[in-house]
Design a protein. Structure first.
Length: 311
């Protein structure tokens, strides 16, 4: 008998659990989903003035809560806030220029990676220099249309003009006969150094032009980004580059360099020409030492000679 009673009441419980909100005119509307509230508003419950007022009040409260949550999110992360139509249109107009600059950076990064591998093969070196990753990162940001990255990259492009030119300092800061012999012995390697610098300068010019297009500047203005004074990075790059050359030449013409040249000349004789291309110091358990790298050359080749002596 008791089992028969359970069989009779179970369908009633199940039916009550799956009924729609419209079948519960006195239920708590706070437990309903937004879709259920909309359904109830358009159903029989919406015909009753009191119930309709409760449903509309619940819908309005939920919309207000959602709006306040969005505003809190935008205050914490302003970049998540959707753009107004005018700003969105300007940003879309600037995106092709950003993407073209991004592709130029990715192309440059690939060329530099190939150069590293080519140099490893030529010199049979086991050292691998992981550099240029900033080109890949900026390239990805530009392909995604990031205006902040475009502003910083244009600033860095102007800053790096002089340092890039100074990578060819070996062409004019060492004896011409040494430079000629280096090109004669390794024309591919030293020729590529020149071409790499030319490529870098072209990329800098291209980035400066593309990221300074009126469409890009208008998009930055619409986003509220202040325009940077590009004379500042130009002056910083010039000052730092000039100081590095002056200090470097002062070190290579100083007493330490002269002593290194004298030591190597006494060891190998007067049949070579000598040029000191680096000086420094090292610390060992035996004490502190002067260190230097001396290039010596004649009509047959160029040799790099490391030398050190106690301070």
């Amino acid at each position: 008998m008791r089992y028969y009673f359970l069989l009779e009441i179970f369908p009633l419980i199940s039916k009550a659990s799956v009924t729609s909100p419209a079948s519960h005119p006195h239920s708590d509307y706070q437990r309903y989903s937004m879709a259920s509230l909309q359904q109830a508003l358009s159903g029989p419950e919406g015909a009753d003035a009191a119930r309709r007022q409760r449903i509309e009040a619940e819908i309005a409260q939920r919309e207000q809560d959602e709006l306040e949550a969005q505003q809190r999110q935008w205050a914490a992360r302003p970049q998540d806030q959707p753009l107004d139509p005018a700003t969105a249109a300007l940003t879309a107009a600037a995106k092709p220029y950003l993407q073209s600059a991004g592709y130029a950076l990715l192309f440059t990064w690939i060329v530099l990676r190939m150069t590293v591998w080519f140099d490893i093969v030529l010199t049979d070196s086991r050292n691998y220099y992981v550099g240029g990753i900033e080109l890949l990162i900026f390239g990805i940001f530009l392909l995604r249309g990031n205006l902040r990255a475009a502003r910083w990259l244009r600033w860095l492009a102007v800053f790096s003009v002089v340092p890039t030119v100074l990578t060819l300092d070996f062409l004019f800061l060492q004896p011409l006969s040494l430079t000629a012999m280096q090109f004669k012995l390794a024309p591919v390697r030293y020729g590529w150094l020149v071409l790499e610098t030319v490529l870098s300068l072209w990329v800098i010019h291209y980035l400066y032009r593309q990221l300074g297009m009126p469409a890009v500047m208008a998009a930055c203005d619409a986003r509220g980004y202040r325009r940077r004074n590009l004379r500042i990075p130009a002056m910083i790059g010039l000052i730092l580059g000039t100081c590095s050359v002056v200090l470097g030449q002062a070190a290579l013409q100083g007493e330490t360099a002269r002593q290194a040249r004298t030591i190597v000349a006494q060891r190998y004789g007067s049949g070579y020409q000598y040029h000191v291309n680096s000086v420094g110091e090292s610390v060992a358990p035996q004490g502190r030492f002067h260190t230097a790298q001396v290039l010596m050359w004649d009509d047959k080749g160029v040799t790099s000679v490391p030398v050190q002596w106690p301070r």
